[in-house]
Ligand binder design. Structure first.
Ligand code: HC3
Length: 394
């Protein structure tokens, strides 16, 4: 495990030290679904994993910026810039000052997280739905109709243990800008947990991730962290090149995804810095969600309200009892569906057998659908969405 800049800042209290070391021992042989990982009560979060889809667009202006760039090469660069800007929210916002990454709630099948961001970019809408329970998979669609930018995707995780928890992300995201007939296929970074031994867990990204577009550009992002002797935590280097010509570097982007990064035209050594992104200068726009009492019973914060209250009070009896109620109700629902020969109807998404985007762009970045690990290929169903909207109006 490499050293941790935040180590010691959080840590486990004297009283919890025994439980924490028992937990560390128990995960040494862990592999598979993160949902089956049993964590000590003090490391439980009241936030469900279905909420995590919101991290993709907490800076709506950066999200919609590519729609205003006519040049396809510069547009692809703005997509890369937006993707990099999301990483701090996705992977570090829950443990900003010190390692404090907690175990999120496991969403139940059909769980929803709905909201919108309203700011200078207009209205950006979020729809997130748990589309599969075994294996767990979450799908989402984020849209800004005013600017014509649409993102959708789904993800699942597989975990293994070797000195720490390693998480492989399965799934992908697809960004479309219909005005230019542009589609970008985005792969998801693998990660591992650092600071576990100090009781101050935080996420570090590893390996590489890609964005490739129908307009003919590919970006490769290589992640690295702080090693024993060198390097800074949360570091990356990205290069963008015409698809298939990895050596013809158009742009290099490097820096720390939690802090700032430089965008360089050409190679990092010979090129000029043309833009800099500083995460601190871009506070996120808060997501608006309906008040709990107005939410649908399947909406995450309403469904988990009693569990969340138990966690907030540190009352593990209430937390456990309320969690069990949800799990039992879910098991009964599945049993009834089985008896009646039905399956759960996803509200906003549908399963598809294949997807032309994946077929076309997937091979460029070595991606093929792993349907056994995500319960299928999931796509936003505009028909379902329109029918729901029409129903609401009548
Ligand atoms: C691994 C993770 C759950 C999955 C989280 C994902 C991959 C979900 C999709 C989002 O778009 C991106 C994302 C960000 C963070 C990932 C979480 C970090 C920690 C959590 C584990 C299940 C918790 C492990 C337990 C412990 C002890 C570290 O708290």
């Amino acid at each position: 495990m490499s050293s941790n800049e935040g180590e010691g800042a959080a840590g486990v209290s004297e009283q919890n030290k025994g439980t924490w070391s028992a937990f560390l021992k128990s995960i040494a042989s862990f592999s598979g679904d993160l949902s089956s990982l049993t964590a000590p009560p003090f490391i439980l979060s009241s936030k469900s994993l279905v909420e995590f889809s919101s991290y993709w667009a907490e800076h709506p202006s950066v999200f919609v910026a590519p729609a205003h760039e006519k040049d396809p090469q510069k547009r692809a660069l703005l997509v890369l810039k937006w993707f990099l800007s999301t990483l701090k929210q996705q992977y570090a916002s829950r443990s900003e000052k010190f390692g404090n990454e907690k175990k999120p709630l496991n969403p139940f099948l059909g769980e929803l997280f709905l909201g919108k961001w309203v700011d200078e970019a207009g209205t950006t809408e979020l729809i997130s739905e748990q589309v599969s329970h075994h294996p767990p998979a979450t799908a989402y669609r984020i849209s800004n109709k005013q600017h014509g930018v649409y993102l959708q995707g789904y993800n699942a995780q597989k975990a293994s243990f070797s000195r720490t928890i390693h998480v492989k992300q399965i799934g992908h995201a697809v960004l479309t800008i219909p005005a230019y007939n542009d589609t970008y296929l985005i792969s998801l970074p693998n990660l591992h947990i650092e600071g576990l031994i100090f009781g101050a867990p935080f996420v570090e990204l590893n390996d590489s991730t890609y964005i490739t577009s129908t307009s003919g550009f590919t970006a490769k992002i290589d992640f690295s962290g702080k090693g024993w002797l060198s390097g800074k935590k949360n570091s990356f280097t990205a290069t963008m090149y015409p698809t298939g010509k990895e050596k013809d570097i158009l742009y290099t982007v490097n820096g720390q995804w939690t802090k700032s990064f430089d965008i360089i035209e050409g190679h990092s050594k010979s090129g000029t810095v043309i833009d800099t992104y500083d995460a601190d200068a871009h506070p996120p726009t808060p997501l608006t969600v309906a008040p709990i009492e107005e939410q649908d019973p399947l909406e995450s914060r309403r469904a988990w309200a009693k569990v969340a209250a138990g966690i907030a009070e540190g009352n593990m009896e209430v937390t456990g009892a309320e969690k069990t109620k949800i799990e039992v109700a879910q098991r009964e629902l599945r049993q009834r569906e089985k008896e009646e020969g039905r399956t759960w109807v996803r509200r906003y998404f549908s399963q598809v057998d294949s997807d032309p985007i994946l077929d076309h762009l997937g091979p460029i970045i070595g991606m093929s659908p792993e349907t056994d690990k995500t319960g299928g290929i999931w796509r936003f169903d505009e028909g379902k969405y329109q029918a729901l909207a029409a129903n609401k109006q009548s």
